[in-house]
Design a protein around this ligand. Structure first.
Ligand code: HEC
Length: 204
């Protein structure tokens, strides 16, 4: 029996006439050129904004929202990527380790993060990212590995320095231990903590 269903016409390559091919090629080229031009204009715009000082370099004004967003988002991503949240403090909470942590804190951290008395220094007040004052807003509840990571690597776009190149791994964990236990120190360590002092803000 003869088939009655009409056969679908096959598209022949020959339909792609030279003029259609030329149209297609021109369109693709146009997309490439347009994208390259848009990227160049964006780069030029950014260059002009930076070069003319529209992004101010002074540290005595509020940080733009976009900078705060970028700093927080990249920190969150870096911490997640590092897998440090799962790492526990390998040091036991002995008086020896705690007091070593307190001494290091007095030497390297109190100028920005304050002592037990809570007097803020001129340095802490002059930073454009407020350093947390640990006697009242501590990190006792944060995972030890995260606290360690922040001390070892520092925090870009803030005044928080990286101590991984200057302190040993043991010293970094001693500091972490002290910060973990700051609000419930045993009496001997508590006395050592009370003795840490920071030069208070100067009077004008
Ligand atoms: C020059 C000032 C400065 C010094 C010195 C400094 N920090 Fe910081 N630190 C900061 C600032 C600013 C931040 C806040 C960053 C932000 O905006 O989140 C910070 C944040 C932190 C955080 C994260 C706090 C949180 O809430 O997650 C920890 C932990 C920390 N510092 C520990 C230390 C330790 C330990 C030392 C000493 C070994 C130290 N810092 C020395 C400025 C400093």
């Amino acid at each position: 029996m003869k088939c009655t269903i009409p056969r679908r016409k096959r598209k022949s390559r020959s339909q792609d006439t030279p003029s259609r091919r030329w149209q297609k090629e021109t369109m693709i080229k146009g997309i490439f050129v347009g994208t390259a031009l848009a990227l160049e204009l964006a780069a030029l715009g950014l260059f002009i904004v930076v070069k003319t000082g529209a992004i101010s370099a002074n540290a005595d004004q509020r940080t733009p929202r976009i900078e705060r967003w970028a700093a927080k988002t990249s920190l969150r991503a870096s911490l997640q990527h590092s897998g440090s949240a799962a790492i526990a403090n390998p040091l036991p909470a002995t008086n020896e380790n705690l007091i070593a942590g307190i001494k290091l804190y007095a030497q390297d951290c109190a100028i920005c993060h304050a002592a037990a008395s809570g007097n803020g220094s001129d340095v802490a007040k002059g930073l454009y990212q407020d350093p947390p004052q640990f006697h009242r807003e501590g990190v006792e509840d944060d995972p030890a590995g995260i606290v360690y990571w922040k001390i070892a690597h520092g925090m870009r776009w803030t005044g928080m320095p990286a101590f991984g190149k200057t302190l040993s791994e043991k010293q970094l964990w001693q500091l972490t231990l002290f910060l973990q236990k700051m609000d419930h120190l045993p009496p001997v360590a508590q006395r050592a903590w009370r003795q840490v002092h920071v030069a208070a803000a100067a009077q004008r």
